[in-house]
Ligand binder design. Structure first.
Ligand code: NOJ
Length: 584
């Protein structure tokens, strides 16, 4: 937390933030703007909420819908205009809601349908749209469909899932991402057959070849759309189509299973059918998790003429960071390439964190005491100034960090725990594994939201389902509200800047100083307005060399306290410094 606290400026900032709260949620057209194909979902800033960890209202240690309702004004104050909620449907919680047992009901841990209706209403009253997670590559094994399906080979629900009869021998190997043995076929003695599960044993894969199953999914989507939700984030959707002749895959295919599992023939047909049956009838924002294996795959899912989905969510950028760091040159190449491929057609999501990855600042920045704040603000600057729709994960606006768990007992994520067991079974180096998961486990991003410095960070009055990060005493929303220079207030300035300047949404992106290993610099340009963004991704002062060195410009934002600085473009940036200029 910055020690720079200027309380006399608080009154002033109070006014400043009120004006954000009452501002339009989506940008208005300015006279003279000529922007091809404007859409509300392109102009959105998506705030991702992990409900289990956001705010617990009833004191059972688990976040809930009433908890989110109690924080709607906070969410609004961030200047975001879309919320993506991780799954809130009924679930036995083998995978924290990604194992749905009833798609038309609310998980009891999270509340009731009445709570949901109130939440949706509260969001809409504040100009915030709601995107729901749609988990239909698989269901829970406790879903009624699966109970029926496994009950007999002649059940009308048998073909809702993938089965392999055991009298035909063992099925061709399929890798499972979450299974202790990595085996995606699970034997079920009841009907002497194996069922398929790409994820955990409790997440059997649905059979999309079955038109009845597809119709069930489309009807269920309509049920939520009729309630007034504004979009779907489609979980693991690139895997739904499968080659059900079950060919043998080459040995070691699991090292690149996406190539075998992703975008199998049939997928585009399913999406086009979904578009016709559901999406064309509503004004929904749609995004599938994963964007296939090639740029062409990604395009094919989101080119509007094909009538499938709205935007691609590609992992190349987030995947760059590994335990031992990452190369900024590679990072720049990836984002620049994706931008160029989507410059004229299609639309991208921009993100560096979510509930499946480490915390933004711990993974891509520097979470040391010295650099946490400044590097976190620098990364937020990147996310809010690129072309595409930014997805921002809850807690990152505070600069929340990985918790640094050292014991397996601290983890809750099934994928992490099952892999731990797998590593034990194969006598792997467990010290190395513990070190690896302290960096990469999904639980790093799932510790409770840090609201204040009271017990359990103000998240719950009960026992939190997962440990609170001990740094909540200093890193928390209440503390950051008071400091005009906090990560939180800086993030609000960024969302306002993006909202007020469509150039950040639609403007042409041009990379500058391409071979600079420390600095990411680029311009964004639209209808005669040109912005220059310069970001130092390193912990050292670094030179930056662009056409604009020392030219006069309006400095719109700087992540250094007191960084109002000169209005000449800097030729070097301090560690993790981020500056945005409007060029004259
Ligand atoms: C991707 C989701 O983001 C992840 O959290 C989940 O475990 C898998 N899909 C399986 O649903």
């Amino acid at each position: 937390m910055s020690s720079f606290s200027i309380s006399r400026f608080r009154a002033l900032f109070g006014v400043f933030f009120c004006s954000i709260v009452t501002a339009q949620s989506f940008a208005q057209t300015n006279p003279g703007d000529s922007i091809k194909d404007r859409k509300w979902w392109k102009e959105a800033v998506v705030y991702q909420i992990y409900p289990r960890s956001f705010k617990d209202d009833n004191g059972d240690g688990v976040g809930d819908l009433k908890g989110i309702i109690s924080k709607l004004d906070y969410i609004k104050s961030l200047g975001v205009n879309v919320v993506w909620l991780n799954p809130i449907y009924s679930s036995p919680n083998d995978d924290n809601g990604y194992d749905v047992s009833d798609y038309r009901n609310i998980m009891s841990d999270f509340g009731t349908m009445a709570d949901f209706d109130e939440l949706l209403k509260g969001m809409h009253q504040r100009g915030i749209k709601l995107v729901m997670d749609l988990v239909v590559n698989h269901s829970s094994d406790e879903h009624e469909w699966f109970k029926q399906s496994r009950s007999s080979r002649t059940s009308p629900y048998r073909d809702y899932y993938h089965w392999w009869n055991a009298e035909n021998g063992k099925p061709p190997y399929r890798y499972s991402l979450f299974d202790v043995n990595h085996d995606a076929w699970r034997y079920d003695s009841l009907t002497n057959a194996y069922y398929l599960h790409y994820f955990s044993r409790k997440q059997p894969d649905l059979d999309w070849e079955n038109p009845k199953l597809r119709q069930e999914v489309f009807n269920m989507m309509k049920f939520w759309a009729d309630k007034g939700i504004d979009g779907f984030r489609m979980d693991a959707f690139q895997y739904v189509a499968k080659d059900t002749t079950w060919p043998m895959f080459p040995k070691g295919f699991e090292k690149n299973f996406n190539q075998y599992y992703g975008m199998v023939t049939g997928l585009h047909g399913y999406l086009q059918e979904m578009h016709k049956e559901v999406l064309a009838k509503y004004d929904l924002m749609t995004v599938a998790e994963g964007a296939g294996n090639t740029y062409e795959d990604a395009h094919n899912m989101v080119d509007s003429a094909r009538r499938e989905l709205d935007m691609a969510y590609a992992f190349d950028g987030i995947d760059v960071a590994k335990q031992d760091g990452y190369s900024l040159l590679k990072f720049k190449r990836i984002f620049t390439r994706w931008d160029s491929v989507f410059a004229d057609q299609g639309w991208l999501s921009i993100f560096l964190a979510n509930h499946d990855n480490a915390r933004l600042v711990s993974r891509f920045g520097n979470d040391s005491r010295e650099f946490r704040e400044v590097s976190s603000k620098m990364l937020s600057t990147f996310l809010m100034t690129m072309r595409g729709t930014p997805y921002y994960y809850n807690g990152d606006e505070l600069g929340m960090t990985n918790p640094g768990f050292t014991k397996i007992e601290d983890y809750r994520d099934k994928a992490t725990l099952n892999e731990y067991q797998h590593m034990l079974n194969i006598h792997a180096d467990m010290t190395a594994y513990l070190k690896e998961i302290a960096f990469s486990s999904r639980d790093n991003a799932r510790t409770p939201f840090q609201w204040d410095d009271s017990q359990n960070a103000g998240f719950t009055t009960g026992i939190p389902w997962i440990k609170v990060n001990p740094n909540y005493k200093t890193i928390n929303a209440a503390e950051e509200e008071k400091d005009p220079n906090s990560c939180l207030n800086y993030f609000r300035r960024l969302t306002k800047l993006r909202r007020d300047n469509l150039v950040f949404v639609y403007g042409k992106y041009t990379l500058l100083d391409k071979d600079n290993p420390n600095i990411y610099a680029y311009t964004r340009e639209l209808n005669g307005k040109k912005m220059l963004v310069m970001l130092n991704f390193s912990s050292k002062t670094a030179a930056v060399n662009t056409l604009y060195n020392s030219v006069g410009a309006n400095r719109l934002l700087d992540n250094y306290v007191g960084g109002a600085g000169s209005n000449k473009v800097e030729v070097s940036l301090r560690p993790y410094e981020a500056v945005i200029y409007q060029l004259r």
